[in-house]
Each structure stands twice: as structure tokens, then as C-alpha cells.
Design a protein around this ligand. Sequence first.
Ligand SMILES: [Zn+2]
Length: 120
Amino acid sequence: MKDKDLKYFKDLLSGWLEELLTHADSTVNGLRDSDENLPDPLDRAVFDSERNFTLRIRDRESMLIKKIRKSLQDIEEHVYGICESCGEDIAIERLKARPVTRHCIRCKTQIEAREKLTGT
Ligand SMILES: [Zn+2]
């Protein structure tokens, strides 16, 4: 990948990471603020389900944050945009749509077909 393209993805991913980290902070603060004693069982139930929902979102976010960090590391090591399975370059258009992808479209299609077969 050209330096110009690497820089483009580095900026893109850094901005995205920063956004997610800022957002993650406010989610944690939101949790702490509402973490009080609720005497009413119904309130308590609503609070619990909201809390679970928030935690699920945070799980997904922290996975994404990990992926972005790995991609940024790949950029530093100049191996970004190379398919993990076949070693071919991943199309720039595909990376622009999914900057954290680690597989070219051909391998990804194969992986998804396999996942569908095994039901995982
Ligand atoms: Zn591939």
C-alpha cells in the first residue's frame, strides 16, 4: 500500500478510535450516575435491563476498539490492507467501507459460507 493511502487510513482510524473512546467514557459515567438504590422492583427491573443493554453495547464497542488498535498497529508495521488468509492486497474500496477488515472479499466470502454451513 502506498504511503498516501496508509496515511489516509491512519487518520481515519485514529479519528474513529478517539470518537469511540470519548463515547465509552460518557457511557461509563452514565452508568455510575444512575447506579443508585431503587426501592421499587419495577424501577429496578427497568434499570437492570437498561444496564445490560448498555453493557452489551460496550462489549461491542470494546471489540471494535481492539480491532481499530490492531489495524493502526498494522499501519505502523506497513502490513495494513493485506489479507490474513491469502496474503493478497485487500481492495482499497473494501477498506474504505470496512477499515478494520482483515480479509479480502474472496476469503471473507469463503469464511462466511463456511460459518453458514457449521451454523456458528
Ligand atoms: Zn484473501
